[in-house]
Design a binder for this molecule. Sequence first.
Ligand code: PLP
Length: 375
Amino acid sequence: MYTKSFNSIKINCTALQQNYTQLQKKAGAGVPVMAMVKADGYGHGMVMAARAFDRGGCRTFGVAELREAVLLRQAGMRGDIYVTIGFAEEDAGLIFQYQLTPVIYSYAAAQALSSTAVALGQEIGVHVKIDSGMSRLGLFPAEMPMFLDAVSCLPGMKIAGIMSHFPESDNPASGSTTHNFQLFADACRELKNRFNGICHIANSGAVLKFPATYCDMVRCGIALYGYHPAVRVTPGDGQAPDLLPAMSFTSRILQIKTLPAGTGVSYGHTFLTHKQTRIAVVPVGYEDGYSRILSNRGHVLVHGYPAPILGRICMNMCMIDVNDIEGVLTGDEVVLLGRQGPGNITADDIAEKMGSISYEVLCLLGNNNQREYIE
Ligand SMILES: *Cc1c(COP(=O)(O)O)cnc(C)c1O
């Protein structure tokens, strides 16, 4: 049975669809946008997010693990589904069974795919990952010619693309994106007669700020969910599409009480009232993805106004200061992420107080609470 939680993540599917449309327009005709829906769609729900992008016309999806790709296919998603961080060799059969697009960076993975392809009498198109400066997955550009030659010799294998990833495209001031792209573009050019496929490297940061890096396809994650990868967007940047945050997080007040001056609040009494203070108890804690780092730092909205978090955030609850907000009652809505009246709290606002990024806030909140979908 489905019992409603006090807390609710709301996902605006229209916002997701519109963000896709905006970004596809920015990428331009002929440059498809791959929708990255890993991490359960950055906390928005992988299948529901993919469906929203699909309604906007998206036909290419990216996940990290094979497991996610299989779930997406089982949910009825059509189109290309890229598995971007590899797969266990014994699972190579699933790539064929679910018609997935593997990204490889080892000869062992290529061999596993090749022998499965031969056994099934099929051919498989693979994308090869280059490490052009991220120092994460992938082969160095210098290793690529030999690797492509070796893979091409395996029966049933076709190199359908080569790809890389930017470490710093969220920072237009850094020169590394241009430098990394140069390495990637040089590799693509050098490998041109070794494969007949596409090249792709651009993530959200690059799509928004480095149009020269689009190549044959771009891969968007955070921007599809309504956030710019760089926390501070240059104001008045007419090039930046209007992205709509799709996630909000609400709860409600469980109890209200008035504490005399000098009263400690929550575990460790890290907050002491300096005057008589009306506080409210909210059923949101770190278990719900609301980080304990926000203790004595974060704030929420009540009646549209900011109510600071008082003391430590507990596992399932936290206390807020509602002293200066009129007429607050038990059961009133509390907004932890999103808009309420004149107030607005973004994932960037929360991330800044955590010393993190919007990506983590969306994953934490979205993946630890009941989600509702609205149009
Ligand atoms: C997650 C991911 C992206 C998307 O990155 P954003 O910064 O969210 O746009 C692109 N490419 C790969 C390989 C990824 O894993």
